[in-house]
Design a protein around this ligand. Structure first.
Ligand SMILES: [Zn+2]
Length: 223
């Protein structure tokens, strides 16, 4: 059995409202999930690319401007080069970045989506499915809600699964009400028949998108 990866992001990341030169008026620019990296001599520029919702005109949000490449962690640099979706989502909710770019932000909706990817990493134990979770920091989600919805299990099935300690993180059983975090979860294989749904969208119930990470239209943080 191979490890799966679940990328959990807000269903809609904040968009940026700005004047589109092609449309001739203010439109919404959407996070494309892609970076542009430019190494200029010994200095590095990195942008996160936004696209006009109507005509695809691009606008670049400055992530790094003329910085020493050595000041960026190698794994983050790699993530820029391969357009890592969860890293793009993380920058796409970064309030300091919006302020620095004088970007006018529109708010997001309170729901999340899960993208399921196959990896080539074998699972450590027989009969256990490993799931590497990458969750955008603004999505606050309970473990029982995520696994219940994602695996299509009923409330009682999911309760039993947690009561019987069939969900592990590191070497520790996961509590049903604990917050989902980045890292590798391990599930007993008999409980995961619904695991292959590829992209699913869920409303947040007891979890919520943490509005602290978003900006109002004027660039003021919501408290
Ligand atoms: Zn446009």
């Amino acid at each position: 059995m191979m490890r799966k990866q679940w990328i959990i992001t807000p269903e809609r990341l904040p968009t940026i409202r700005r004047r589109c030169p092609k449309c001739g008026n203010k439109t919404e620019f959407v996070n494309s999930g892609k970076f542009r990296v430019n190494a200029n001599g010994r200095l590095l520029d990195v942008w996160l690319i936004y696209k006009c919702e109507k005509c695809d005109t691009t606008w670049n949000l400055t992530v790094h401007e003329r910085v020493d490449p050595n000041s960026i962690q190698p794994e983050i640099y790699e993530a820029f080069l391969r357009n890592d979706e969860s890293v793009a989502a993380e920058y796409g909710i970064n309030r300091e970045l919006f302020v620095r770019n004088k970007a006018e932000i529109s708010e997001t909706q309170g729901s999340y989506k899960v993208k399921v990817l196959d990896t080539t990493i074998p699972c450590t134990y027989k009969n256990c499915q490993e799931i590497e979770i990458k969750i955008t920091s603004c999505v606050k989600l309970r473990a029982d809600i995520l696994f219940g919805e994602q695996l299509g299990l009923s409330r009682s099935q999911i309760k039993k699964m947690f009561d019987k300690e069939k969900v592990m993180y590191d070497q520790t059983p996961v509590k049903a009400g604990s917050k989902v975090r980045n890292g590798v979860y391990r599930l007993a294989a008999e409980d995961i028949s619904g695991i292959d749904q590829n992209i699913s969208k869920h409303q947040l119930h007891q979890g919520s998108i943490n509005s602290d990470n978003y900006l109002t239209k004027t660039g003021m943080a919501i408290s």
